[in-house]
Write a protein that binds this ligand. Structure first.
Ligand SMILES: [Fe+2]
Ligand SMILES: [Fe+2]
Length: 392
């Protein structure tokens, strides 16, 4: 196994999960990594661990550098088990290690998760840990991704161990941004942000401001590639996503029973295309919701369609809207559409859901009985144009 070095005495000792395809509902077609890091100075610190089944992979990487009983500190930046899962094994095997965690939520979260009484050493905003020639400073980053989340900053090497923030679900043989390339990384970073961190936009803006005050050379995040050449690119992207910046882009998201709502969806897209805006269409039965959410991130308008089923919307549409609501997208406009037989209901129900999500309903009443005729499709086309003009 070749050693991966971030700076002299600083190593990546994580695990590559090539085969994960579903990360609690988020599709991870490229797999992921669980990044752990080892800082070897007069004292030795292991920063985070890996998901439990990958302990042996981490162990092999650490053991190549130092014997486990030389580790002085294990830093737990986050309670979630993709990073803390190997704590029971490492705290057993690294017999003299103290466990560093955030005073607020960290210690209690780890105790409630693992029911173990490890030798905890709690830290708070600005706490420092000297390792000899260099030191770690701890920076709470609440809700990036849980209340217990913190970043650790290795001052002398300008390395920010940022935890979940700035990550991406990418398994690759290369560890660094300049090896994998921004074209491959940024779409995955956006998908990760949209599906995991979008609800916390305001906190992100604050965190980016706070972290921006540091002199950051490398961002060593906990999933995917390490930012050593383009740290500013991902920090700027987070600032933009956190603000909810959007562009002239519209999404048409729907499901269909006998093809009528689908006909409407296509007419809406045609209308929007005639105005020259970027528009994308997604059938919810055929598309993955976490891929659609990635597109929601920078879209200005969402048009959501459903046929009426039992006086309400299709379960696939309801499921998507429930997911969307939890992610609290900022600054979007929207509208609903759909076909029905004898009685409607879906369009009103969607409008209600969108409004509760904080999406401003700017056009309404695009409901059609049974199969749309040409004049009704023209209405859909015009509706698409009207919406497109609002995002242009
Ligand atoms: Fe997490
Ligand atoms: Fe994570």
């Amino acid at each position: 196994m070749s050693k991966v070095t971030l700076a002299e005495g600083v190593y990546w000792v994580g695990a590559i999960d090539w085969n994960i395809r579903n990360f609690h509902g988020y599709s991870t077609r490229l797999g992921t990594t669980y990044n752990a890091y080892l800082v070897v100075d007069d004292s030795i610190a292991l920063i985070d661990t890996v998901k439990a089944p990958f302990y042996d992979q981490m162990l092999a990487r650490v053991s190549e550098i130092v014997p486990l009983d030389k580790i002085d500190y294990v830093v737990s930046n986050h309670v979630e088990m993709d990073h803390s899962g190997s704590l029971p094994m490492i705290m057993r095997d690294a017999s003299k290690a103290k466990l560093i965690t955030l005073e607020k939520f960290g210690e209690s979260g780890l105790k409630k998760t693992f029911h173990s009484d490890w030798p905890f050493q709690t830290v708070k905003e600005g706490s420092e840990l000297s390792l000899g020639k260099r030191k770690l400073v701890f920076i709470p980053t609440p809700m990036l991704h849980w209340p217990d989340s913190m970043a650790s900053y290795l001052v002398e090497d300008k390395i920010l161990f940022s935890m979940d923030a700035f990550g991406q679900h990418i398994a690759s043989s290369s560890r660094f941004d300049d090896e994998v390339g921004l074209d491959a990384i940024m779409p995955e970073a956006a998908k990760y942000y949209a599906n995991i961190l979008m609800p916390f936009g305001d906190l992100i803006v604050r965190a980016v401001d706070k972290l921006g005050g540091l002199d950051i050379g490398t961002i060593a995040c906990s999933h995917g590639v390490i930012w050593r050449s383009h740290a500013d690119t991902i920090v700027n992207a987070y600032a933009s996503w956190g603000r909810g910046d959007s562009r002239s882009k519209m999404l048409v998201i729907y499901d269909t029973m006998w093809g009528s709502t689908e006909k409407m969806a296509h007419a809406l897209v045609d209308g929007a295309m005639s105005e020259g805006v970027d528009v994308k269409l997604y059938n919810l039965t055929k598309s993955d919701k976490s891929d659609i959410i990635k597109e929601v991130l920078d879209a200005k308008a969402l048009l959501v369609g459903s046929p009426t089923l039992n006086n309400g919307m299709f379960p696939t549409v309801a499921g998507f809207l429930c997911y969307l609501k939890g992610l609290r997208p900022k600054g979007k406009i929207g509208a609903a559409f759909g076909s029905h037989g004898w009685a409607g209901g879906a369009v009103k129900a969607i409008e209600q859901e969108l409004a509760q999500t904080g999406i401003e309903i700017v056009e309404s009443d695009l409901a059609i009985k049974f199969v749309p005729e040409s004049d009704e499709l023209q209405r859909c086309f015009d509706f698409g144009r009207t919406m497109a003009k609002k995002v242009a």
